[in-house]
Design a protein around this ligand. Structure first.
Ligand code: PGA
Length: 251
């Protein structure tokens, strides 16, 4: 059975002190609940070790927002998968549209990152999604399929099963414009079918596919109620413990 997951993506927000405070608030809120989903926060590199020390990671998973496409060495400013893992983090977001768009991450680069995440025992939260033009001209199925094929379909079934997928339509990220629950279900079902065609139904049924893009406490319940939506990757609403927990409570 695939897992329900709510994961926060803090992006480039919060100072270290603010981040530890926010993580502590989420952690404390989780203590008084038995959520029907796994809960993960993905935080800036600088916060990982301190947040790890501040939370109870049996309840709250910790991840990074990126890692390097090289294992180690003379790559000034980069942070490796091994470094991320050494903080105690267990997850890493890869292929976020902001990384693809602003830092020119291609499927070739993402393949390397996925391999290094696995080598270091990290679970990739792998993002895919189309831009507005592709939504409007109807090519979004092809775009999303190609993103999955190009970066992930070289993996063995056993490795593929370790991935968490996040469908994030770029036009819905941080815009306040959410995909409708039916739009999310349509593409999530398509993604699962694409996986089933390659790896078989059993593998496809094990993959959690999260929705991301202006997900809030007010719309999470309807989106998460869809058969092929297994949770959310949450940006803006992950920056306030109350909003984030409102989304966790949607399950
Ligand atoms: P948002 O971001 O919830 O602020 O739209 C989601 C994401 O980019 O992961």
């Amino acid at each position: 059975m695939r897992k329900n997951i709510v994961a926060g993506n803090w992006k480039m927000n919060t100072t270290l002190q603010e981040g530890v405070k926010l993580a502590t608030e989420v952690n404390d809120a989780l203590k008084s609940r038995t959520p029907n989903c796994d809960v993960i926060i993905c935080v800036p590199f600088t916060h990982l070790a301190s947040v790890k020390a501040a939370i109870d990671d049996s309840k709250l998973g910790l991840g990074a927002e990126n890692c390097a496409d090289k294992a180690k060495g003379a790559f000034t400013g980069e942070v490796s998968g091994a470094m991320v893992a050494s903080t105690g983090a267990k997850y890493v977001i890869l292929g976020h549209s902001e990384r693809r768009q602003y830092y020119h991450e291609t499927s070739e680069i993402l393949k390397e990152k996925v391999a290094l995440a696995f080598e270091n025992g990290l679970t990739p939260i792998f993002c895919i999604g189309e831009v507005l033009e592709e939504r409007e001209n109807g090519t979004y199925f092809d775009v999303v399929k190609k993103q999955v094929e190009d970066a992930l379909f070289h993996l063995s079934a056993d490795d593929f099963k370790k991935i968490i997928l996040a469908y994030e339509p770029v036009w819905a990220i941080g815009t306040g414009k959410t995909a409708t629950a039916d739009q999310a279900e349509e593409i999530h079902a398509f993604i699962r079918k694409t996986i089933a065609d390659k790896y078989g139904n059993d593998v496809a049924e094990e993959i959690s596919i999260l929705y991301g893009g202006s997900c809030k406490p007010s719309n999470a319940k309807e989106i998460f109620s869809k058969t092929n939506v297994d949770g959310g990757l949450i940006g803006g609403a992950a920056l306030k413990a109350e909003d984030f927990m409102g989304i966790v409570d949607a399950f």
